[in-house]
Design a protein around this ligand. Structure first.
Ligand SMILES: Nc1nc2c(ncn2[C@@H]2O[C@H](COP(=O)(O)OP(=O)(O)OP(=O)(O)O)[C@@H](O)[C@H]2O)c(=O)[nH]1
Ligand SMILES: [Mg+2]
Length: 373
């Protein structure tokens, strides 16, 4: 617009050609950037927040700093590791006060929709809610995470809520480490409840089980193979089985399935000692049964706090986490040794060709590592 520099108003191009003076709309152009800019001053490169600024922002639940802190903690860049760990140490005294809940189930089970409804309910009763949507790094859910912000539209606009998609690297351990530390950052920010959404695919459930207090397994009805749809393994992990989408023509079948689930829970050892796992029906669409989900989690949390089982569970989870991380680290360091890396391909070929007995081969490779640390 060459002439907008002197005439700051224009006629909009959607104005009918024959419009009269009743058409009062004009466009006022903004001031061109070169006039508006402050006299030549180099814009400084954005400075990374200091540890105290991060900690402060987290304590104030400042969304921008919270997001940056989580990005730092999730970063795989070696340059970020020390700072991330220093930050986690700094905020550690403020962690541990949230109720940690995982909501899992097969793709399309209705996890995100339920989190939207449950989260909004929690906000409405004055709770602060953080949602971590974990991508289990399988192709199954790629893309659906992107859709989660829209599926949780109401919740994402609520001032008491914070939604964080947590993409992951390829390693399952990576998912666990990042999610766990992200969870700690959210706890330090004072969220009362942390909801972790994860697709129930094999090992990821066990990984996520080891970092939460309450395991909520979602299932749907109407397929006729409800029980096959749930692996026995995940049934055993559940503190509650939730038959969702119990609305419309699905309501009655959902109630039947819920009773069936309750029966099958009878035959399993409880997922949490001292707690009887429950089967519940709800609809994220109508909201029916959703407050009861929270009452169940709350009852569980109060009971576990009273008996000390919560503290104990978290202590054991921490130890298991430390052991797993140590094992991973030892593994990584071993294979990174040049002497080991140089020998590995031949070592594998020798085993394939039956040239060395396996035990002897393993001892020999370990010895290579130990000789050249
Ligand atoms: N009728 C009904 N439909 C629902 C309900 N909850 C979810 N749905 C529908 O089920 C579909 C899947 O819901 P999502 O919440 O995206 O499921 P999800 O488990 O998060 O899916 P992934 O993240 O892809 O694994 C959507 O089309 C929802 O509209 C419910 O309570 N009632
Ligand atoms: Mg989802």
């Amino acid at each position: 617009m060459p002439d907008s520099d002197h005439h700051h108003t224009e006629i909009p191009d959607w104005r009918p050609a024959d419009a009269g003076p009743e058409f009062a709309v004009t466009i006022r152009r903004g001031i061109p950037a070169r006039q508006a800019a402050a006299p030549a001053r180099a814009t400084p490169a954005p400075r990374a927040p200091s540890l105290d600024e991060y900690a402060d922002g987290i304590a104030r639940r400042d969304p921008a700093l919270l997001a940056k802190a989580i990005t730092l903690v999730e970063s795989d860049a070696p340059a970020h590791l020390d700072k991330a760990q220093a930050l986690l140490a700094l905020i550690a005294p403020r962690t541990g006060r949230s109720v940690r809940v995982v909501i899992t189930g097969v793709p399309g089970a209705g996890k995100s929709t339920l989190i939207e409804t449950l989260g909004t309910h929690l906000c409405s009763i004055g709770k602060n809610v953080a949602v971590l949507a974990v991508d289990p790094s399988s192709s199954v859910s790629r893309g659906s995470i992107l859709g989660d912000k829209t599926r949780m539209e109401k919740l994402s606009r609520h001032p008491n809520a914070y939604i964080r998609p947590t993409p992951s690297g390829d390693a399952l351990g990576g998912v666990a480490r990042k999610t766990r530390e992200t969870l700690l950052v959210c706890e330090a920010a004072g969220f009362d409840v942390i909801l972790v959404e994860t697709v129930g695919v094999g090992q990821s459930e066990t990984a996520v089980r080891s970092m939460v207090d309450f395991f909520m397994l979602l299932t749907v009805t109407g397929t006729g193979d409800e029980l096959q749809g749930i692996k026995r393994g995940s049934l055993e992990l559940a503190d509650a089985i939730v038959v969702t989408k119990a609305d419309g023509p699905n309501k009655l079948p959902a109630e039947v399935t819920t009773r069936m689930m309750a029966d099958s829970l009878h035959y399993l050892a409880p997922s949490t000692p001292g707690w009887t796992s429950r089967a519940l029906a709800c609809s994220a669409l109508t909201g029916e049964g959703v407050p009861q989900l929270w009452e169940t989690v709350n009852e569980f949390a109060s009971l576990m706090r009273r008996t000390g089982a919560l503290v104990e569970r978290r202590r054991l989870q921490n130890l298991a986490w430390a052991r797993a991380m140590l094992a991973g680290e030892i593994n990584r360091r071993f294979y990174e040794q040049p002497a080991v890396a140089a020998r590995l391909a031949q070592w594998e070929r020798d085993i394939l060709d039956n040239k060395t007995p396996v035990t002897a081969a393993v001892r020999s490779l370990l010895a290579t590592g130990e000789k050249n640390p």
